[in-house]
Design a protein around this ligand. Sequence first.
Ligand code: FMN
Length: 184
Amino acid sequence: MPSNASRKGCQERCRAQGGVMTSDFDPRDFRSALGKFPTGVCVITTCGPDGKKEGLTANSFASVSLEPPIVSWSIRNGAPSLETFLASGYFCINLLTIDQEALSSHFCRPKVDKFEEVLHVFEMGLGRSPRLIDALATFECECLSHHAVGDHIVFYGTVRRYRHRDVDPLVFHGGAYCRVAAPH
Ligand SMILES: Cc1cc2nc3c(=O)[nH]c(=O)nc-3n(C[C@H](O)[C@H](O)[C@H](O)COP(=O)(O)O)c2cc1C
């Protein structure tokens, strides 16, 4: 552990070099900095023991391990759909194509039944988690573990089945949707 004196020295050096130190964080500016990292967009779905389907738009998806195949994602503590994800034991990561921005907008707002209007674009996946028929890729997972980290719960899942196709992805960057530029 660094001593208080060395931490203070480090903070002063960092300030002198330019950059915002933890103690001076403005949450909006911090979010803007994180938004510099372009990501794909997915809708992560699950089905509770009572049959209740839940889904949310997420860009926290990440690959973690190839052998065994493990992925991760995180959900805000207190999100309405969290309890169902905790109770289910399964989830499906549905990566979105460039044509599926409307689905992303639909699943990023709280609603009692998000599947009422869009059930026809899903089929039943492992553990009854809804699987998006026309997704860019789907990863059907058995929940391996979940951990409270800061203000989010991080889920790890073992991929039991996946599929993918060659279509342009939906990309999220700087707080806006965009497309991958063609290579030159
Ligand atoms: C592009 C994008 C990415 C998002 N990524 C996440 C995420 O990784 N984790 C999260 O908890 N919320 C994320 N959100 C916000 C959730 O989609 C939103 O809070 C949603 O209402 C949660 O679903 P629920 O209200 O049914 O629990 C994201 C929203 C957008 C537009």
